[in-house]
Write a protein that binds this ligand. Structure first.
Ligand code: AMP
Length: 216
């Protein structure tokens, strides 16, 4: 099964992708996570991507398409995967269709997580993750059960993303509306677009996604 989670930054794609990965064994492929790892490791790709990411702009299509092509060739993707943050442009969507077609595969569903722009800035400004296991939290919406201790792994180390600040969020939202929103008609025409209410509470959003997946 090949699933795409589509939505603006802060829609909850990463949180939901981790839940679906855990419950269904679909590997989560987040180009944002892969690029952040490349930046941290100061690889050639990371050094090229950093200034775009810091400015809230999209990294070039060639770079992310190359990353995804290498990643889906790995064995753990054979049973299916869940794309989170890719594709983000029509050129990326077309490249994905092409690479899947070569393997006799296609995208099974694109789940649009619909959210209000105004809510996104607060969601993004409050979020942070466990530095050890990457579990996601939020200052007000999703606190750890014990303050300062990760629910999943017990770590007390947390980090906030460099681009999760109010200034960069505005550029990221602009990039979404200008470059990523055209994917909605692209996938609607292919008959694979499913829209869910991303403003509902986290468990309810998971239930809506599961409903879509169960119906496939
Ligand atoms: P994310 O974690 O998905 O919000 O991605 C963080 C940043 O990484 C984005 O603001 C972009 O700069 C870059 N990025 C992630 N995925 C892509 C993509 N598919 N295409 C272009 N840039 C991307």
């Amino acid at each position: 099964m090949i699933i795409i989670l589509l939505g603006p930054p802060g829609a909850g794609k990463g949180t939901q992708a981790k839940r679906i990965e855990a419950s269904r064994g679909l590997v989560q492929l987040s180009t944002g996570d892969m690029l952040r790892a490349a930046v941290a490791n100061e690889t050639e790709v990371g050094n090229k991507a950093k200034e775009f990411m810091d400015a809230g702009k999209l990294v070039s299509d060639d770079v992310v398409i190359g990353i995804i092509e290498d990643r889906i060739a790995q064995q753990d993707c054979e049973k299916g995967f869940l794309l989170d943050g890719f594709p983000r442009t029509v050129a990326q969507a077309e490249a994905l269709d092409e690479m899947l077609a070569k393997k006799g595969l296609k995208v099974d569903a694109v789940i649009e997580m619909k959210v209000d722009d105004e809510a996104l800035i607060d969601r993004i400004a409050g979020r942070y993750t466990c530095a050890e296991c990457n579990a996601g939290y939020h200052d007000t919406n999703l606190k750890p059960r014990v303050a300062g201790v990760c629910d999943s792994c017990g770590s007390t180390n947390f980090i906030r993303r460099a681009d999760d600040n109010r200034e960069t969020v505005v550029s990221r939202l602009e990039a979404y509306h200008a470059q990523t929103a055209p994917l909605l008609p692209y996938y609607r025409e292919k008959g694979v677009l499913k829209t869910i209410d991303g403003m509902a509470d986290i468990d309810d959003v998971t239930a809506q996604i599961n409903q879509v997946l169960d119906a496939l």
